[in-house]
Design a protein around this ligand. Structure first.
Ligand code: NAD
Length: 311
């Protein structure tokens, strides 16, 4: 049986209205979907209702009852499981309300192992699941031009494609459930390794007498260029703004997930292990709640030199 695509004005649940979730939910609302929202932070919930005209039915169960599809954009897979199944929410859960035939789309960067376990539990109740994590940060979330990596069965993906197209520009099908989350973690490992390598290089260059602004410009015109040298060093690091909107804690979570993927597939990753350790050390040294671009301050502490100042 062909189930119809989820096109506007279908009612969509959206759980997690933080840096990414709010602009993504806004993109759906602009396209004509009716949005039912939930967040543990009252101010985030009120802002979403005011800013995008969403409704807040007051419980996860009520969102499940009203919606054919629910999107989660939460810090990690543990939060997604708690929301879906009810642990730690006083028994409230999406699953208590979702009808057979509904779909949960987890767009958070979650662990693929946990995603597969959750997918199996939902399938036992007739609820489908997709993993559809995103890349592109707040800017692309606002522009509805995210890259989206989608894992799951073909029929559910086809059904949800109009929703995904309302938030993203490049939509990649990665394979079965969990493959999108594995891909996302591997992407963030490569991204974090590039940022760390550039941090060490720019700092060493400055201490050797080079101008750090010039170092970044030359990297960007040469083979050492990467996403961090292009889009993060001038903007958030040398400017000392450290406000990209993606936290160091979330990046460390993704890096640990990437190592899980390597380990689960029996793939050696000596460089990855060293990189993840460095990011964990930075997290311990800098404390919670800082932006991921502030990771360079860890290398600055080790070197006793601040980027942009004379060594
Ligand atoms: P965030 O911390 O800004 O937002 C998370 C939201 O989830 C918050 O509003 C929080 O109150 C809410 N929340 C947490 N636990 C909850 C629960 N149990 N029930 C309901 N609400 C809950 O995080 P973010 O930066 O928006 O990231 C969300 C996800 O997207 C993460 O998995 C992150 O790794 C990923 N991601 C972030 C970016 C980025 O640039 N910020 C880019 C790509 C992917």
């Amino acid at each position: 049986m062909n189930t119809p695509s989820l096109v506007p004005p279908a009612r969509i649940g959206f759980i997690g209205l933080g840096q990414m979730g709010l602009p993504m939910a806004r993109s759906l609302a602009r396209t004509g979907y009716r949005i039912a929202v939930h967040d543990v932070r009252r101010e985030a919930l009120e802002r979403a209702c005011d800013a995008i005209g969403a409704e807040a039915p007051g419980s996860l169960r009520a969102i499940g009852e009203r919606c054919d599809a629910v999107i989660t954009m939460l810090p990690d897979g543990n939060a997604v499981q708690a929301v879906a199944l009810g642990s730690g929410n006083g028994g409230d859960s999406l699953l208590a309300g979702l009808q057979a035939g509904a779909i949960l789309i987890d767009m958070s960067s979650s662990s693929p192992v946990g995603t597969r376990e959750l997918g199996a539990q939902l399938a036992g109740r007739g609820v489908a699941m997709l993993d559809a994590p995103v890349s592109g940060g707040i800017k692309k979330a606002v522009e509805a031009s995210l890259s989206i990596m989608v894992g799951g069965d073909a029929a559910s993906i086809a059904r949800c494609m109009p929703l995904l197209e309302a938030m993203g520009k490049q939509i990649f099908l990665t394979g079965p459930l969990g493959s999108g989350h594995a891909m996302k973690a591997l992407n963030n490992y490569v991204s974090a390794a590039g940022l760390a390598a550039a941090a060490e290089a720019v700092l060493a260059g400055q201490r050797f007498g080079l101008d750090p602004v010039n170092v970044v410009n030359i990297l960007n015109a040469s083979t050492g260029m990467n996403n961090s040298t292009l889009n993060k060093f001038h903007q958030y690091i040398l400017s000392r703004a450290f406000n990209s909107g993606f936290s160091l804690d979330l990046m460390v979570k993704d890096l640990k997930t990437a190592l899980e993927v390597a380990s689960a597939s029996g793939s050696p990753a000596p460089f990855g292990e060293a990189c993840v350790q460095a990011w964990c050390d930075a997290q311990a040294a800098l404390g919670p709640g800082v932006d991921h671009t502030a990771v360079v301050r860890y290398w600055e502490k080790l070197a006793g030199t601040e980027l942009g100042r004379k060594a």
